[in-house]
Write a protein that binds this ligand. Structure first.
Ligand code: SF4
Length: 223
């Protein structure tokens, strides 16, 4: 739970004149990165992609924690209206093409801001799933933006300890069995120990796309 190396890294980016932003999905574990950033530099903007499909509890939690930490949160919205995200039957995209739904509602809004920044800070952790296990803490992407994952090596236990130490607010759905909380149609309460099992239950899908190869390709390391 030592954050000095994060302090040093952000100071280095500042010295190099790099423009930084963070993203957050505002669930319980998101509070750790948000709190760390608030201790180091409250001016770093934190973007929240409001897909239009979030639980009302998430929006309330976002406002609560933003206010408590005094961070600068900016909501992004999908450019394609929901009326254009349906089939002829009227079914919304998540019912038949969740990858494209995530692209329209999560990836596109973030892509629209990447050109304004040099460093993207986000809270992915290696423990979360097999795919993230292979991430590196700092990645130069083909979009010329650095992805910085300061919490990559933090364990679930360390996250719990940090939340407890600083008495950070807990997402209200957690006590109802939701261990990882995304959009309402694609999130379920689960009994297992892996939090990410709450997402896209019954599908092979494990990622929304924000952390997939097209916007996270490491162009500096040999895989
Ligand atoms: S998580 Fe589900 S509802 Fe949200 S953008 Fe992805 S497919 Fe659509």
């Amino acid at each position: 739970m030592e954050i000095q190396h994060i302090v040093n890294k952000l100071a280095q980016y500042r010295r190099e004149g790099k423009r930084m932003f963070a993203t957050s999905s505002f669930q319980t574990q998101s509070a750790v990165l948000l709190h760390v950033l608030s201790r180091i530099d409250k001016t770093i903007p934190v973007y929240f992609v409001n897909t239009g499909f979030h639980f009302p509890e998430t929006l309330i939690y976002k406002d609560l924690i933003s206010q408590k930490l005094g961070i600068h949160v900016i909501s992004l919205f999908p450019p394609v209206p929901k009326s254009m995200q349906t089939r002829f039957s009227g079914d919304l995209m998540f019912t038949h093409d969740p990858d494209y739904c995530c692209y329209l509602n999560k990836v596109q809004p973030i892509e629209s801001i990447l050109g304004q920044y040099d460093v993207w800070i986000n809270g992915v952790r290696a423990e979360q799933n097999q795919y993230r296990k292979h991430f590196r803490e700092e990645v130069q992407t083909k979009q010329q933006i650095i992805r910085y994952h300061p919490l990559l090596k933090w364990t679930d236990e360390e996250m719990r300890q940090y939340i407890s130490l600083y008495q950070l607010p807990v997402h209200p759905l957690e006590e109802r069995g939701y261990k990882s909380i995304g959009c309402e149609p694609c999130t379920r309460p689960v009994n297992g120990t892996n939090a990410r099992d709450s997402r896209w239950v019954g599908m092979k899908k494990t990622e929304c796309g924000l952390h997939m190869t097209d916007i996270c390709t490491d162009t500096t390391s040999k895989k």
